[in-house]
Design a binder for this molecule. Structure first.
Ligand SMILES: Cc1cc2nc3c(=O)[nH]c(=O)nc-3n(C[C@H](O)[C@H](O)[C@H](O)COP(=O)(O)OP(=O)(O)OC[C@H]3O[C@@H](n4cnc5c(N)ncnc54)[C@H](O)[C@@H]3O)c2cc1C
Length: 460
């Protein structure tokens, strides 16, 4: 973009915001610009032309309508947790939705209408005041819509389903800059391909009575990591074969603790029946020798806040992902070999989400384009580093680990890789969406023929 074009666009924007003084607006010369550009992963080369901060759905609609009408490119930003910066573009206006963070509960229908920019933690906090909870990601600072639209795994995946299956209704700002209630067709596209079809201004999601859970982290004795990884997983597979209640969701990770690399399993029992949960906690703890067990009766909010402490609030590096149907012997060998080589930086992590066979989201949903519907594990190979000197090693480690996984049994690799964690230049949308791809391309032509939402994570 030429300097003249940027100046002309900034002039137009200044006029719009002068006429709409209630909408916050920040340019690169504003003191808050750097703070508002900050995101989970440091991406210093991404500098939006300006940042608009509407605090209502109506204000967001005015902003989007203005930029669309004036052919000014724009992006949408909420939690800023996309590792590839798909919330900003150089020379584009960023519409930061974080101030649109209301939660309106309808007790009768057990649903809540939530603002399109709300973070998962804010939502859980608001719900907890009413003894309620909802599906959410592992960390509270992740934006709800960004999490839910492209998949949305988390501590309640088994019981409440994935984020994508929480979208009951949506208010969307479309490619013409109009606020519309999504009809069945648009909802289907949003459930998996989200931002390619509009700015999600509001979602309606199911909420559940859940004021107490049994949850916490189990650290297994990991002096011999390959042995403990195998022992835990073979035992878990045997339990799975017998049947595990949907209330239980587990998330495995290998993290660098001060005393060394450790297998840590996050245990969440999504039911107030704490007694039965305790029995399951005992079964999981019996899978391998335990070094520390922090499972306790807690609340969804406290659990989320506790988990936040395990993850840095800002980092640098890059994530890689692959989704595998089973943790076969071959895969467990690759995991073991590679976690041993994991650089000893506190930000370098290997974690897995599971969509367990038989749970509500692990079955065909014809009203959604999210294609990863058979039981699987999402690998999160987090090649991030706290210390600059570890960065190259952490990213190279992630690359090698991922390369080795891609060479394992192709029958075991899910074509529908997790879009949110995939680099735009490496992901093939036709594989991600499978049989829904052609339909989505048609829908894109219908709903966004000019490519107004070109920056979206789903590129169609
Ligand atoms: C520390 C960390 C933990 C994570 N944990 C999980 C997890 O437990 N489970 C999981 O499934 N994923 C997880 N993720 C991945 C995360 O869900 C995705 O990166 C998600 O897209 C982030 O959403 P966001 O709003 O925070 O980020 P942003 O970067 O602001 O947004 C992500 C994308 O969604 C778009 N977007 C956001 N809001 C809207 C909206 N209202 N309307 C239209 N488009 C919008 C943005 O334009 C961008 O393309 C995690 C990521 C990190 C860094």
């Amino acid at each position: 973009m030429t300097d003249n074009l940027a100046t002309e666009r900034l002039r137009k924007l200044a006029g719009f915001f002068a006429n709409n003084p209630s909408i916050q607006y920040v340019t690169p010369t504003s003191p808050q610009y750097a703070e508002l550009c900050a995101a989970y992963v440091s991406l210093p080369d991404l500098n939006p032309l300006a940042i608009a901060r509407p605090s209502t759905v109506e204000a967001a609609t005015s902003v989007v309508s203005f930029v669309v009408t004036n052919d000014i490119p724009f992006t949408v930003r909420s939690g800023g947790h996309d590792s590839f910066g798909r919330f900003f573009r150089n020379g584009a206006v960023a519409v930061d939705l974080r101030l649109i963070n209301y939660v309106e509960i309808d007790q009768e229908s057990s649903t809540a209408r939530i603002g399109g920019g709300i973070l998962g933690g804010h939502m859980i906090r608001a719900l907890q005041k009413h003894g309620l909870a909802a599906a959410v990601g592992t960390i509270s600072s992740v934006g709800y819509a960004g999490w839910a639209m492209y998949g949305g795994y988390g501590p309640y995946s088994s019981k409440f389903g994935l984020g994508v299956d929480q979208i009951l209704a949506a208010k969307v700002i479309n490619a013409k800059g109009e606020l519309v209630d999504a009809d069945a067709e648009l909802l289907r596209a949003l459930r998996g391909a989200g931002g390619a079809f509009g700015v999600v201004a509001e979602l309606t999601i199911p909420v559940h009575r859940l004021d107490q859970t049994l949850a916490g982290a189990i650290a297994f004795q990991s002096d011999d990591l390959p042995v403990v990884i195998r022992q835990y997983n073979l035992g878990y597979q045997a339990l799975s074969a017998e049947g595990i209640p949907a209330e239980l969701t587990l998330q495995q990770s290998i993290i660098n603790l001060p005393h060394g690399k450790t297998l840590v399993v996050l245990f969440v029992w999504a039911s107030p029946d704490i007694e039965t949960g305790q029995l399951w906690a005992e079964k999981i703890c019996a899978l391998a020798p335990v070094a520390h067990n922090a499972i306790q009766p807690t609340t969804p909010l406290t659990y989320l806040t506790d988990t936040d402490r395990m993850v840095p609030s800002h980092t640098r590096g890059r994530v890689r992902t692959i989704s595998l149907k089973r943790l076969s012997d071959e895969v467990l060998d690759v995991i073991s070999a590679n976690v041993l080589k994991m650089p000893a930086d506190p930000h370098t992590i290997f974690a897995m989400h599971e969509l367990r066979t038989g749970t509500p989201s692990a079955q065909a949903h014809s009203d959604s384009v999210f294609a990863a519907r058979e039981g699987h594990f999402v690998f999160e190979i987090i090649g991030n580093a706290q210390r600059e000197e570890n960065l190259d090693r952490a990213t190279a480690w992630g690359q090698d680990f991922w390369n080795e996984l891609t060479r394992t049994d192709p029958e075991n690799v899910l074509p529908a890789t997790y879009l949110s964690l995939s680099a735009p230049e490496e992901v093939q949308m036709s594989r991600v969406f499978g049989e829904n791809y052609a339909w989505l391309v048609d829908m894109k032509g219908k709903y966004d023929p000019r490519g107004v939402f070109a920056a979206a994570t789903a590129r169609l």
